[in-house]
Write a protein that binds this ligand. Structure first.
Ligand code: PAP
Length: 392
């Protein structure tokens, strides 16, 4: 999931500088603003690149305490906000500021979860962690891994995926950490994260958990992310004014994106998979698309849930592949309705996790020059790592 959520957007007073257009524009008539405010699912809009204190998306600690609460103890959230207020900040993506921490950029509410997870998350020793950069196929991998590990517990007709969205079946531990909750079923040894390898909580390496990483062609990642983030903007405004493709492309190429730079995210897990192949399985979305059955076998084997000859004969692998296919998942009632993580800063309609589910959609958006430029940047950045998106 790309961790910018519906109600993470913030109210615009009168005039905003739109980072993607660099224009001052008058924005939001009063009717629209009031329409945005009431529902946590309907985004308000953020403004950025205005002086801190006027438009700061979330108040800094001292500001929050105005009004007689000066001596109130800091909540963990306040503590993290205060810490991150000292980190480098960019406002390019309009929705929320991005803060740089340990070499990666994060939307502020997500970073609260990351910091909380680094401090508090404790995996179960048998856990398998589904690790992804946002928009690389997390939902799909969660559904596959979940069905594989729970197949002896549930019959086909009882599979929780039929009534629960994949993100509810396999929770992100940093989102739980941010909310100080646990949504996990302790009988399911799966959790997920978008955190880069080098910033994972030390409890994960200490516990010896296995990790499964999925990456995707960066061009499709950007297109998927671009659509997703535009979907967070309120209806009825010119989305190109706030999040246009050319500008999104430029900042993604700079590495300024949620959990980016993308290439560093990929190379961290790639190197870990080379160093410890028994602990880290590295998968690629395009391969999973091309030969889902073979990769599902590999995934099951790696996770310690291999298919038996009898299951192979019964066609269990094909059934799992079919259940978790894009068309199947997209049309399940759990995914055509409902929201992920209601009543939190992370609310997202489940439908938003299913857009096209194809490879090469970038061809509908990039000209050749853009595609070549992004490819070149990624290749240069990954050079020497042993992994390449182009020469596989
Ligand atoms: P997240 O980071 O918000 O969790 P994530 O699931 O990683 O999102 O990525 C969403 C992408 O996976 C979407 O790609 P698109 O925008 O290019 O269409 C979504 O359509 C795609 N996706 C979701 N489910 C599947 C699936 N079962 N098979 C293939 N692709 C899928």
């Amino acid at each position: 999931m790309d961790l910018v959520y519906g109600n993470m957007l913030h109210a615009v007073p009168t005039t905003v500088v739109t980072p993607q257009s660099s224009k001052n524009i008058k924005t939001m008539n009063p009717t629209l603003i009031s329409q945005w405010n009431p529902s946590p699912r309907v985004p308000k809009i953020v403004q950025s690149r205005q002086p801190r204190g006027i438009c700061n998306a979330l108040p800094l600690v001292h500001e929050a305490k105005e009004g007689g609460e000066a001596n109130a103890p800091l909540t963990p959230q306040d503590k993290y906000k205060e810490i991150m207020s000292r980190f480098p900040r960019r406002d390019d993506w309009v929705l929320q500021p991005l803060y740089q921490y340990q070499g990666f950029w994060y939307f502020q509410d997500y970073l609260i979860g990351l910091l909380a997870a680094q401090e508090n998350f404790k995996p179960q020793p048998s856990d398998i962690v589904i690790c992804t950069y946002p928009k690389t196929g997390t939902t799909w991998l969660k559904a596959l891994a979940y069905t594989i590990v729970t197949r002896s517990r549930f019959s086909d007709s009882e599979n929780p995926l039929l009534i629960k969205a994949p993100h509810d079946c396999v929770p992100f531990f940093e989102i739980d950490a941010a909310r100080n909750t646990s949504n996990r079923d302790p009988q399911v040894p799966l959790v997920a994260t978008h955190i880069p390898y080098t910033s994972l909580p030390t409890s994960i390496s200490e516990s010896g958990c296995k990790l499964v990483y999925l990456c995707r062609d960066p061009k499709d990642v950007l297109i998927s992310m671009w659509h997703f983030l535009r979907g967070k903007l309120p209806e009825g405004i010119d989305k190109d004014t706030y999040i246009n493709l050319n500008n999104s492309f430029e900042i993604f190429c700079e590495g300024i994106a949620s959990n980016g730079p993308y290439w560093d995210h990929v190379s961290g897990y790639w190197k870990a998979s080379v160093e410890s192949p028994e602990k880290v399985l590295f998968l690629v979305y395009e391969d999973l698309k091309k030969d889902t059955v073979s990769i599902v076998r590999k995934l099951a084997e790696f996770m310690g849930y291999p298919f038996t000859p009898e299951e192979e004969t019964r066609g269990v692998v094909q059934e799992i592949v079919e259940l978790c296919s894009f068309d199947s998942l997209k049309n399940l009632k759990a995914n055509t309705s409902g929201v992920y993580s209601p009543d939190s800063p992370y609310t997202i309609r489940n439908t938003e996790f299913f857009r096209k589910g194809t490879t090469g959609d970038w061809k509908n958006y990039f000209n050749e020059e853009m595609a070549a430029r992004l490819d070149q940047i990624i290749e240069e950045k990954l050079n020497g790592s042993g992994f390449s998106f182009l020469s596989r």
